[in-house]
Design a protein around this ligand. Structure first.
Ligand SMILES: Cc1cc2nc3c(=O)[nH]c(=O)nc-3n(C[C@H](O)[C@H](O)[C@H](O)COP(=O)(O)OP(=O)(O)OC[C@H]3O[C@@H](n4cnc5c(N)ncnc54)[C@H](O)[C@@H]3O)c2cc1C
Length: 401
């Protein structure tokens, strides 16, 4: 493991730092529209400088750089109050799938606008019957002339309410095992028959949606990959999920230490409470473990290697720690803990926000249990899960009826 930049990496970091210092504009968003406009402007500026998708080829508007350069830029960018979350799923997962499977004309039409933040993409995989087990999805597509007619429902579709396009996984064959009867398409989310219903979250936000399909016609020309070969396409999407090795930050041990110095608990400050000190020490040790695991991933990238499944460890630990720290801080704040308004709550409501958002983080991108299965099977080499439905036709499964 190597904690230091190579001379080339240090030079790249210095250039990125200078560029960010010269280009980040102070912006306080007053509304969602305002926030979106600022995010689009920032994305366009990065695209013009080759910083929007550093690892993409230059011919597609990328930076023609390496994964480690992308990590370095991400670490530096995270130090600034800029917004780019709207584009993460599209640029990290959907558009790379389009680039891998669509024809040249489609790529020419869509890659540039997505890169510049002009168009936003969503990933429509999960359904009420298929989340961890995506291959169990039931949304059906039936061929009709040059089109496919799609009926069914997706759920937890992040950003669909502000997205323009999406990639959608559907079932095209029920006579074969579940992984073998899926097909992927791209579609315009404003197509007739697509209904997007935002889900209201306990945090007050609405970041994801239910998406209903009623006789939606998708031209066969919008198919990505071969008919019934959508599982292979979906794996490309999932493998492109951005490596969560960036800057960290947020409600961590350092922030709760700051709070513990200020909050009263019984006879003195919370920091002097022995039970709290024990927890703080545990979080500190975890945070160091996380930092070292991330450094191992970054070292692999720096050496041109592909990081292994051990990066799943980071997500399980980080999401659980965030929830644990958030809950402990909210409890320690006593009645102030229930004030979530950033204008009134201590540390601008950082811990209240952690408490409300951490449960979702433990589910998104693979639940704790699924990631532990990956660690057990692929890192520790333990026996695989028993899969009784692997060879059965989808129509013969309980979920397939
Ligand atoms: C913030 C957020 C954003 C999301 N964004 C998107 C998006 O943009 N697009 C999209 O398609 N989806 C999205 N999702 C959906 C997400 O991928 C699923 O919620 C996730 O895969 C879990 O699926 P599920 O909700 O159906 O739960 P289930 O798969 O039904 O799981 C229920 C419980 O059973 C456990 N479980 C399931 N299988 C196993 C097993 N084999 N072994 C042990 N335990 C198991 C799970 O760990 C969980 O505790 C998002 C979710 C969240 C929370």
């Amino acid at each position: 493991m190597d904690f230091n930049d190579t001379p080339e990496e240090a030079a790249y970091r210095a250039a990125a730092r200078d560029w960010l210092a010269a280009n980040v504009a102070e912006h306080k968003a007053a509304s969602h529209a305002d926030d979106m406009a600022a995010a689009r402007a920032w994305q366009a500026r990065k695209a013009a400088a080759g910083y929007a998708q550093i690892t993409w080829p230059k011919e597609w508007g990328g930076g023609g750089g390496t994964p480690i350069q992308s990590v370095i830029f991400g670490q530096e960018e995270a130090k600034h109050p800029v917004q780019y979350g709207y584009f993460t799923i599209g640029l990290g997962m959907c558009v790379p799938t389009v680039m891998a499977f669509a024809d040249d004309a489609t790529k020419q039409r869509f890659v540039g606008p997505a890169l510049r933040g002009e168009e936003i993409w969503s990933q429509l995989f999960s359904e009420p019957a298929g989340g961890s087990d995506v291959a169990a999805i039931r949304t059906r597509a039936v061929r009709d002339g040059d089109d496919w007619v799609v009926n069914g429902q997706k759920v937890w579709t992040s950003g669909a309410h502000y997205s323009d396009y999406g990639i959608v996984l559907v079932r095209t064959n029920t006579d074969v095992p579940k992984h073998k009867g899926l097909t992927m398409f791209w579609l315009d989310l404003r197509s007739p028959g697509v209904e997007i219903r935002p889900i209201h979250q306990m945090s007050g936000g609405s970041n994801f949606n239910e998406v209903y399909f009623t006789d939606v016609r998708i031209p066969d020309a919008q198919r990505l990959g071969r008919v019934d070969d959508g599982w292979k396409v979906a794996l490309v999407t999932l493998m492109n999920e951005r490596l969560a090795v960036g800057g960290g930050g947020g409600a961590g041990p350092k922030e709760i230490l700051k709070l513990a110095r200020e909050v009263d608990a019984g006879e003195g400050k919370l920091l002097h409470d022995p039970a709290f000190r024990q927890k703080l020490a545990d979080w500190w040790v975890q945070a160091e473990g996380l930092r070292n695991t991330r450094m191992r991933t970054i070292t692999a990238l720096s050496r041109g290697q592909t990081p292994g499944p051990e990066s799943s460890i980071g997500k399980v630990i980080a999401a659980n720690q965030l929830q644990d720290i958030g809950n402990s801080a909210v409890e320690a704040m006593d009645q102030y803990g229930i004030i979530a308004d950033p204008a009134l709550a201590p540390l601008k409501g950082l811990f209240q926000s952690a408490t409300l958002n951490a449960p979702g983080l433990r589910i998104a991108g693979g639940t704790d249990e699924i990631l532990k299965n990956i660690i057990a099977e692929r890192v520790l080499g333990l026996p695989g899960e028993i899969r009784t439905d692997k060879d059965a036709a989808f129509k013969d499964l309980a979920v397939g009826r």
